[in-house]
Write a protein that binds this ligand. Structure first.
Ligand code: ZN
Length: 433
């Protein structure tokens, strides 16, 4: 938790910023005729807030937004609001960094609250309402954005297997590169950039445990990269895999297979570690490292376009240590675990299908790096062969929706895994917790 500045009076400076203004709407058609058509504002696809019996239509306006609130049932508080007071401003939402501290401070000052403690709001945010009598007749909502990077492991029992998404830490990459041809005005609502134009990402390898052993898919960036490059890529608290594995009763020497989706540093940098002597050695001492042979060929013969992504000391020392096993085709790696070449991101990029108890989970790596990438044309600028990514992804996501595949998102800052759903032509991810 970040520490908040204290001002001279000793109070915590809340540094509240306007998040959005909620407008209760009686007739959505007429509201759209004004806000969308007459004012020419962009209205996003609606979000269903079932618990409030309301449909929210967001209108982004820079760092803030308007929110048109359309009641879906007569019993909705918004319907009652419109009935008694007419359509109009319903609430003002202020973003704060630390909502618990904000509520403490307001309580100390005798401000009347509706919520004494923060409660979960939409999209993982924490929210609390201040009583309108304390705010000169305005219903004020405080909101704390979700922690961008949750380092807790996410365990999913899966038939005969156990799947554990483990977080190696944070990565921040240029937003434009992460979203390719998608304009920033569209992507920044899904993943907002920092003051250096980078979006927050995680690196989440996946542990697959079966009665046959323990396999790790990808292994984060590790901690060999330092100085300027680590700063450029926002590599913070990386190399934490040891700690995170310990939280689920594992350690590096319990991993017997390390499987690579591809050999980029943010996926396979963690395969090796540097000893105090300077020697680079396998980080998982008992593991067999499984790599697609043609990916190894590409990685060890890089060109101008991919050289920055392939750091030779991440993988070359593995061969010297005699711990790599190569495979050339799509194949089963361990019972229930098979790889399928997707190409696209790199020529030999592969995704991992995990099947057990009649269910399918897929580790999609850089084919669908985050939940913000579930629309077919939202491709990364990094992809060497974007049309190959598109062709594979279009087919794959259709299948994933229809067959309810559980998807693991390797780079998502917030959501480790979930199901891709589609409603009214709009795609979203239902997370598993
Ligand atoms: Zn990546």
């Amino acid at each position: 938790m970040r520490r908040l500045r204290r001002d001279r009076s000793g109070d915590i400076a809340l540094r509240a910023a306007l998040d959005h203004i909620g407008i209760a709407v009686g007739d959505l058609g007429k509201a759209l005729a004004f806000y969308r058509d007459a004012l020419g504002l962009h209205v996003e696809a609606p979000e269903e807030v079932a618990s409030q019996r309301v449909r929210a239509h967001f209108i982004p306006m820079g760092p803030s937004a308007l929110e048109l609130l359309e009641p879906t049932e007569p019993a909705s508080t918004i319907a009652k609001f419109v009935e008694t007071r007419g359509a109009g401003i319903h609430h003002v939402t202020l973003r704060v960094e630390d909502i618990a501290a904000a509520l403490e401070q307001l309580k100390t000052r005798g401000v009347r609250l509706i919520d004494e403690a923060p409660r979960p709001g939409a999209e993982g945010a924490l929210v609390a309402f201040i009583h309108p009598s304390a705010a000169h007749g305005v219903l004020v909502e405080l909101k704390q954005k979700p922690e961008p990077r949750d380092l807790a492991p996410v365990r999913v029992p899966f038939g005969d297997l156990e799947l554990v998404s483990v977080n190696d830490g944070a990565l921040a990459l240029d937003g434009g590169a992460m979203f390719g041809t998608v304009p920033r005005v569209l992507w920044q609502r899904r993943l907002d950039a920092d003051d250096r134009h980078r979006v927050p990402l995680s690196m989440r390898p996946l542990v697959v445990r079966g009665d046959w052993g323990t396999l790790l898919v990808d292994c984060g960036a590790g901690d060999k990269m330092d100085g300027k490059l680590a700063d450029i890529y926002g590599l913070r608290s990386t190399g934490r895999l040891e700690d995170v594995l310990a939280q689920v009763g594992l350690s590096v020497d319990r991993i017997d297979t390390v499987l690579a989706t591809h050999l980029h540093f943010d996926h396979f940098g963690g395969a090796t570690r540097r000893e105090p002597s300077g020697a680079v050695v396998p980080r998982f001492p008992r593991a067999e490292y499984v790599v697609r042979g043609a990916e190894w060929e590409d990685a060890t013969r890089p060109h101008e376009r991919n050289r920055a992504s392939y750091v030779q000391e991440d993988f070359v020392p593995l061969r010297a240590a005699g711990v790599v096993s190569f495979h050339e085709d799509d194949r089963q790696i361990r019972p229930g675990v098979r790889v399928v070449r997707s190409g696209g991101h790199t020529g030999q990029h592969q995704v991992v299908f995990i099947e057990s108890g009649g269910r399918t989970a897929v580790f999609t790596a850089d084919m669908i790096p985050t939940t913000a990438h579930v629309d077919d044309p939202w491709l990364m600028g990094y992809d060497l062969f974007p049309m190959d990514t598109l062709a594979f992804k279009r087919r794959f996501i259709r299948e994933a929706i229809d067959r309810e595949y559980l998807i693991f998102f390797e780079h998502d800052p917030r959501i480790a895994a979930g199901y891709i759903r589609e409603r009214d032509g709009r795609r979203f991810v239902e997370p598993v917790r």
